[in-house]
Design a protein around this ligand. Structure first.
Ligand code: DGJ
Length: 751
């Protein structure tokens, strides 16, 4: 709910309050963001500093307002030149070369509905009432207009923000940066938590005390990137999974992003997020406007766990959309680690047949099926099936697969071209490169220039051709390089700073067109694994391949990293063969399944190379997953213990609980086996304290299995002592052997 009380704006979600007011100087002063509080009227003097500006070398705002220094003031947006020395929200260059701005309050508008950001993806109301507020400000000297918009998702305790600059002047201006949101706190003691990594190594949590100065989390790869995910957390004082004040911030954007946490010497803390100002500038002609992507903010007083569950609800109800939003996702078998580029129709049909007999619902043909793509140096752009693989065409092969009772999906990488391709030979000017300069290739390929409408139209047409050429129900949309030599032939020199953002807008136009044209297709986003795991992609594609690393131990860390900001229902995870192709590690089949089941389950191996015993195991796993899939998909997720560091003393514990709390699945995963460690605890979470639950390692609660009947409060607080659960096996009567990387799943149902 949004209320205006005199000069005060109060935005309430079910459990949080966000408040700011207009000062008598006309600035927007941020007052509060945290646990829900009550303002009876507009008198907020109890939150004012109530003291004169301390002496020193701080500049005061103006003669009429000698008591105001923008260096001290907590604001809703900051700008350069009038005393605020912190990281700035907006940066503009005017025709006279100056860059000082001073945005003052002009008016406001209240409304209902989710954002419409003109070509940028954004959240949707999901059937709920979303109240919004837009505050208009104008630069006191030039009249340049800035709008700050707020959207309240009360049920998720999420507030989203966006900003828009309108060039209301008669000359052009250059926009050097426009952030999406700014959060100022008068006090400090914050820790910034970022999630960084790289290829096969995504989403490692970093805890950075914001003691003094600035810490920047950003990407300049042209994508949201696996280097630094745009999701960050800010915790206050001491926080853990269940306790403490935790803020979560994310961006509905897939291009270069920027998050900055700063603490001044006066103790003020600021966090900003938005498009990365590095490599960015935008020329705004008179009447033009520029919209910054939507920023998503949440607060929880009950630790990282509470914050994550707010974000999960928000993503599930207000980011995902379309036919697949609520639909359980098919268990799949993907050809990549089974075949790589070594494909033939016989192999494809063999894999699909085995997938079907194991109970998988979808066979996915990965890279290598088109042009002359027998290695990664050629054919990207030539989107017609390789006749050596499909002598009777793709559709005929797909029909044979469909006859096996299984769906068919296929891999594409539409944004790319190899120099060795018919597409490049026909359109060498369609790429991002700098004419006359040697190009720094990435995976032997170049980016198509998606800033261009003709290139976007070509991709829409080429992909429409592929998607309608056979009975295709799933698409894996890959993107395998970082940007280099950034330049578009379609833009004049003064607009080259627009390339990154225009590329993102072009991509969104293409994805929007294709997802609308093929609403029945399940799209999975991928960028060398998790290089574009962000809320922008999720507005179009309801799931993402989180990492090319399929090693269960690494994956547990990676998936746990994602789980802070993204629900289990959007990250796909595959069981692969051992030794693992990325790490060489051998982990038990149970462990590989346990970890992958806490995602959208798939298999990425050649069943023909497995033993009968392993095939039986997989069959049982798939059957179990189907029975419990709705719990994983719709459930609330709880982390406990620590993540799966190899020599961890404690196991990683995860629990997912169905919305009505009648069913749950838990997992204990250990790193290195611990000698003489006969008992582990498993503590559930999120259950009804007073209800009676049955817990077993058997998904069907078999008579012979080890099981207990326990009250929810006992299961959650005391936990159960697991005896055989970590696959402890007797070597002889004396010695019990606890293998490395063992995992146990616990199935829980209300009696
Ligand atoms: C990178 C992806 O992340 C992999 O899963 C696979 O699809 C390869 N590309 C294919 O080239």
């Amino acid at each position: 709910m949004i209320r205006k009380l005199d000069d005060l704006f109060v935005l309430n979600t079910d459990a949080t309050t966000y408040a700011f007011r207009v000062t008598n100087g006309g600035h927007l002063k941020h007052l509060y963001y945290g646990k829900r509080i009550t303002f009876d009227n507009g008198d907020v003097s109890f939150l004012e500093e109530g003291r004169e500006l301390p002496p020193g070398n701080t500049s005061y705002y103006s003669d009429a307002h000698r008591h105001i220094s923008l260096e001290y003031l907590c604001t809703e947006m900051s700008s350069r030149g009038k005393g605020d020395l912190g990281e700035t929200f907006i940066d503009v260059t005017f025709p006279d070369g100056t860059g000082t701005t001073d945005f003052l309050y002009e008016g406001y508008e209240l409304g209902t509905g989710s954002p419409n950001l003109d070509g940028l993806p954004s959240s949707h109301d999901g059937g709920a009432k979303v109240e919004n507020l837009t505050v208009t400000l104008k630069d006191s000297h030039t009249g340049l207009t800035l709008e700050l918009s707020y959207f309240v998702y009360a049920d998720c305790d999420v507030i989203t923000r966006s900003s828009r600059v309108v060039n209301s002047l008669s000359e052009s201006v250059v926009l050097n940066r426009l952030m999406s949101s700014q959060l100022d706190f008068a006090d400090g003691d914050f820790t910034l938590h970022t999630f960084t990594g790289g290829w096969v190594n995504e989403m490692h949590r970093n805890d950075i005390p914001v003691t003094s100065g600035k810490y920047i989390n950003s990407s300049i790869t042209g994508t949201s990137s696996n280097r630094a995910n745009p999701f960050v957390m800010l915790s206050k004082g001491i926080a853990d999974e269940e306790h403490g004040d935790v803020y979560g911030l994310n961006l509905v954007y897939s291009g270069n992003h920027f998050e900055c946490a700063e603490k001044t010497i006066h103790g003020k803390t600021r966090i900003l997020n938005g498009i990365n100002p590095e490599g960015f500038s935008f020329v705004l002609e008179p009447g033009d406007s520029f919209i910054a992507p939507e920023s998503v903010m949440t607060f929880s007083p009950i630790g990282y766990g509470g914050m994550s569950r707010n974000m999960h609800r928000f993503v599930g109800h207000h980011i995902l959309r379309g036919q697949w939003e609520e639909r359980p996702r098919p268990v799949l078998l993907n050809s990549w680690e089974a075949c790589y580029f070594d494909l033939s129709e016989e192999k494809i049909l063999g894999l699909a047949q085995q997938a079907a007999s194991l109970g998988a619902e979808l066979f996915v043909l990965d890279d290598g099926w088109f042009g002359q793509r027998t290695e990664d140096t050629r054919s990207l752009g030539d989107w017609h099936p390789n006749p050596d693989i499909f002598p009777e065409g793709l559709a005929s092969c797909v029909n044979k697969i469909r006859d096996m009772g299984i769906d068919f999906g296929i891999w594409v990488e539409p944004e790319m071209v190899n120099v060795d391709s018919d597409l490049y030979r026909a359109h060498p000017d369609w790429v991002i490169d700098i004419p006359g300069r040697e190009h720094s290739e990435g995976r032997n390929q170049r980016l198509l220039d998606l800033t261009r409408t003709d290139v976007q139209d070509y991709i829409i047409e080429a992909m429409s051709g592929v998607f309608s050429s056979a009975d295709i129900s799933y698409i894996k949309w890959d993107m395998n390089r970082v940007f280099s030599d950034v330049h578009s032939r379609a833009l004049p020199p003064e607009r080259q700073g627009e390339v990154y953002h225009r590329y993102a807008l072009g991509l969104y136009r293409v994805m929007d067109a294709l997802t609308k044209k093929f609403p029945h297709i399940l799209f999975e986003g991928c960028a060398s694994g998790g290089g574009r795991t962000d809320l922008g992609m999720l507005c179009y594609f309801p799931q993402i391949w989180g990492s090319d690393n399929t090693d269960a131990i690494c994956r547990a860390d990676i998936q746990e990293g994602y789980s802070y900001g993204y629900p289990l229902s959007v990250i796909s995870a595959h069981v692969s063969t051992v030794p693992n192709h990325q790490t060489g590690r051998i982990t038990p089949m149970e462990t590989r399944y346990a970890v992958a089941s806490f995602g959208l389950l798939g298999y990425e191996l050649d069943p023909g190379k497995l033993s009968e015993e392993e095939l039986t195991q997989i069959k049982e796993q798939i059957a179990t997953y189907k029975e419990w899939r709705d719990v994983y998909f719709h459930g609330e997720f709880y982390r406990a213990g620590s993540s799966a560091g190899l020599a961890n003393a404690e196991p990683t514990t995860w629990t997912v609980v169905s919305p009505d709390k009648s069913r749950a699945i838990g997992m204990n995963l250990q790193g290195l086996g611990k000698p003489y460690s006969h008992f582990e605890f498993y503590k559930a979470a999120g259950l009804k304290p007073g209800s009676l639950y049955e817990i077993s390692t058997s998904p069907s609660f078999d008579e012979g299995s080890e099981k207990y009947i326990v009250r929810g409060d006992a299961l959650m607080n005391a936990g159960i002592r697991t005896r055989t659960f970590l696959h402890g096996t007797h070597i002889n009567d004396e010695i019990r052997h606890y293998p490395d990387f063992a995992a146990t799943l616990f199935y829980i149902r209300e009696r």
